[in-house]
Design a protein around this ligand. Structure first.
Ligand SMILES: [Zn+2]
Length: 253
């Protein structure tokens, strides 16, 4: 499974895009979170990696939570897909125009609260709802969902709002994605079944300190790559490898 890293920053970054990735799945591309400037983030990372992809080719979005540095791109992504039908003149069926968002029930229930002020078109005489832009599918803890040929499981983290970590498998290899979370041993143990673990690292108490990750067994830290980093992250503080935008993670068993 190949995973293109789009951004590695936190909510305050001046240098990167919000932490996010694009997965090359058996049945299409899967966006993992959708931060600000998503079209540019995908374009720049794809150009660096030599991938022939832009947001018009992405039909599935895994959404971990509703903090803006993970979901602010959904407004522009949704408008672009609805307003640029010319982009789909490649034989794609009309029903595929509406991208799918896969997320937790609490995030799904409040997603339109975030998007409606910009997207409901109340003054135009033709009000719209979330269903006009996106096909929302629920990810439920303890169950397995199928997304573009991948199997996806989720676990609720202890972040400041409902947030899910993810285990994503193509049948051969598994990617673990901590999402935003304070350090939690149970969460790390859940992620341990992955071949590669992308773990966040930022300021406690809502995020995970590098010291707590450094204290994990070497067998585990060898599989961890770091994301959601402050701009001034000290690379010398750990032997674990920080990710960078445009990098392709090759996830193998
Ligand atoms: Zn967050």
């Amino acid at each position: 499974m190949r995973v293109l890293i789009l951004g590695v920053g936190d909510a305050f970054t001046r240098r990167s895009f919000g932490s996010s990735a694009l997965i090359e799945a058996p049945e299409g591309y899967v966006l993992l979170d959708c931060p600000d400037l998503i079209h540019r983030a995908v374009h720049e990372a794809a150009a660096r990696a030599g991938w022939d992809v832009d947001t018009s080719k992405i039909d599935d979005i895994l959404l971990t939570h509703l903090h803006g540095d993970h979901c602010n791109g959904l407004e522009s992504f949704g408008f672009a897909r609805r307003m640029r039908p010319a982009d789909t003149g490649t034989g794609r069926a009309a029903e595929r125009l509406r991208p799918r968002i896969h997320t937790s029930r609490p995030a799904a229930e409040r997603l339109w609260e975030r998007l409606a002020p910009a997207m409901d078109a109340a003054n135009s005489g033709s009000p719209r709802g979330l269903d006009d832009f996106y096909d929302v599918r629920l990810l439920e803890p303890g169950t397995t969902a199928s997304v573009a040929g991948l199997t996806v499981q989720c676990r609720v983290t202890r972040h400041s709002l409902p947030t899910i970590g993810l285990l994503i498998s193509d049948g051969a290899a598994t990617l673990g994605w901590s999402s935003d979370t304070p350090f939690e041993q149970e969460h790390v143990q859940w992620l341990d079944r992955a071949d590669v673990i992308v773990h966040e690292c930022n300021q406690p108490p809502m995020h995970t300190s590098i010291e707590s990750l450094n204290a994990l067994p070497p067998e585990l830290t060898a599989r961890i790559r770091l994301i959601h980093l402050p701009d001034d992250f000290d690379r010398s503080s750990t032997a674990m490898v920080p990710l960078s935008a445009g990098e392709v993670l090759d996830v193998r068993a």
